[in-house]
Design a protein around this ligand. Structure first.
Ligand SMILES: [Zn+2]
Ligand SMILES: [Zn+2]
Length: 281
């Protein structure tokens, strides 16, 4: 069964995301656009417009803009994490129309909440497509907070934690740099200090992005790509496979089913969440 129109919950989520984006862009370009509107296109003069506002008004406007940006940023992240948790396959499959969790093991059925009929296989690919789309937009990492990664074996959880921390750091610096820009336009257009702070924030952000964030995942994929089924997911030492179908870690003594271990690493390698930069085997 193909979905002719997009299911309601997905459409609602997309509208919400677009609305947040529009608010964010308005705040960012507002200080430039307002004089254009008020003075008319040919009379466009940000400087004289701002000079006419008076320092108290400008200070108030700058603080308000910064507060709105921060609020939108936090809301967007929170909403993304909650959405990710809802669409996570570990929790069952969500009805794409009302987000009811379909725990049914039947290959097809009707949502008991909203009555929409579904085929499990189609739902899986629908949600997988949604997750890929998200990943392209946000390039990832903070999304893992919605995946309950902390329940994973230690070595994988540790890697996840590092990716999240470096992702959070570069994202926060990006938001600060972006948020300071309208403040600089409104308040300190004669002093370059805020512009310098903005540029420094962007600079450090790029160092973290290209020096830590991308290499982190790239090294991880190289490592797990090489010794596919043999690594212990707790400590990354070698495991030995015995005829009884179990794999034993030489270093920490962890024991797990060989097939489960193979499947775990296959999932880890095939995850589409990662920055595209590091997609190599
Ligand atoms: Zn439903
Ligand atoms: Zn081990």
């Amino acid at each position: 069964m193909k979905y002719v129109s997009q299911p309601r919950a997905i459409v609602r989520h997309r509208r919400w995301t677009i609305a947040l984006g529009v608010v964010m862009m308005s705040v960012l370009v507002g200080p430039v656009l307002v004089p254009v509107v008020l003075y008319g296109f040919f009379g466009f003069d940000t400087h004289s417009f701002l000079a006419g506002l008076g320092p108290a008004t400008r200070y108030l406007a700058a603080s308000a803009l910064f507060a709105v940006l921060l609020a939108v940023f936090v809301t967007a992240m929170y909403s993304t994490i909650v959405w990710r948790r809802r669409s996570s396959p570990s929790e069952g499959i969500a009805c794409p129309s009302c987000l009811y969790m379909l725990k049914d093991t039947e290959p097809a059925g009707q949502c008991p909440e909203c009555g929409m009929s579904y085929v499990v296989e189609d739902l899986s690919s629908l949600w997988a497509g949604q997750r890929r789309k998200e990943n392209c937009v946000f390039q990832l990492d903070l999304l893992f907070l919605g995946d309950d990664w902390s329940a994973l074996p230690r070595a994988i959880a540790r890697h996840r934690r590092r990716v999240i921390v470096s992702g959070l750091a570069h994202r926060m610096l990006f938001a600060v740099g972006l948020g300071l820009f309208p403040v600089w336009i409104l308040l300190f257009r004669d002093s370059p200090l805020f512009l310098y702070v903005t540029l420094i924030a962007f600079g450090i952000e790029n160092v973290i992005l290209f020096g830590v964030y991308f290499p982190l995942e790239s090294r991880w994929q190289r490592r797990i790509g090489k010794e596919v089924t043999m690594l212990c997911p707790e400590c990354l030492s070698q495991t030995v496979r015995s005829p009884d179908g179990l794999s034993r870690c030489q270093a920490c003594g962890a024991v797990m089913g060989s097939d489960a271990l193979t499947a775990l690493w296959a999932r880890e390698r095939e995850r589409a969440d990662w920055p595209r930069f590091s997609a190599h085997r």
